[in-house]
Design a protein around this ligand. Sequence first.
Ligand code: PLP
Length: 294
Amino acid sequence: MAAHFALLIAPVPADDVRDDYMSTFAPVDPSAPALSVGELSTQRGDGIFETIGVVDGHPQEVGAHLERLAHSAALCDLPAPHAGQWRQAVARVAAECGPGESAVKLILSRGVEHGPAPTAWATASAAPDNSGPRTGGVRVVTLDRGIDSGASERAPWLLLGAKTLSYATNMAALREAHRRGADDAIFVTSDGIVLEGPTSSVVLRIGDRFVTPATGSGILHGTTQMSLFEHLRGAGHDVAYETVPVSALVRADAAWLVSSVRLAAPIAAVDGAAFAVDGELTASINRYLLSPRD
Ligand code: PLP
């Protein structure tokens, strides 16, 4: 959805000390040009981002998102983001979100080639209506990511654990899923291990255990999955990070794609085979995910 508010951020060094960073922010017209044509984010996708869900003006899990932004920055050799500055930027942008569900997007780019500093900005937009996928579920296809399960360790320059702006392949995977008559995709390694969706994490229920693919295998550590696991653990459930072969996905008792704005979308079919949707459990998970979370 188009942004209705945009804020340029002049990033400060991570060790900067002050209480108020408002003077480092400049609201700009979200529909007018704001970036230099020399921007490496647009030329090469060389930058990182986060998308934060906002419910009735409350940005969810800001700490976890800023930690992942810092992790992505480290993997990409970008200057460490100043947590206090970014936290204030999130609050400033979230203040522009009205009632209902919205999304705040944070972007940190390498900037202009040979330029003095990285560029950064944040936007607010209304969230799409996600009631369909949250209740009816999503049909997914498994798609080969073209890497084996050792690729992340062997080739760190693939930046597999970083949330980089280079999402062209993720979007191509979604188009391929649509071509195959599905709504979404799950990436799997060439040796048959479940990774993640192009814009979501995978969570399975196997008996009374909840399982998600182990991080370190070249996937993002999802903030929604982490928050959900904390909630499930608190409710007495067993949760685990494991290597999940595709055969375990198709045998699971229930499964979801989870992400910050769509929240939990139950999987209704895998590669054309119907999958049981647990409507009651899904509704309770989404009630939790819609409650204010820090
Ligand atoms: N994996 C990928 C590739 C993603 O793009 C996303 C979110 O966009 C996720 C997982 C889920 O992360 P989060 O729950 O923090 O939104």
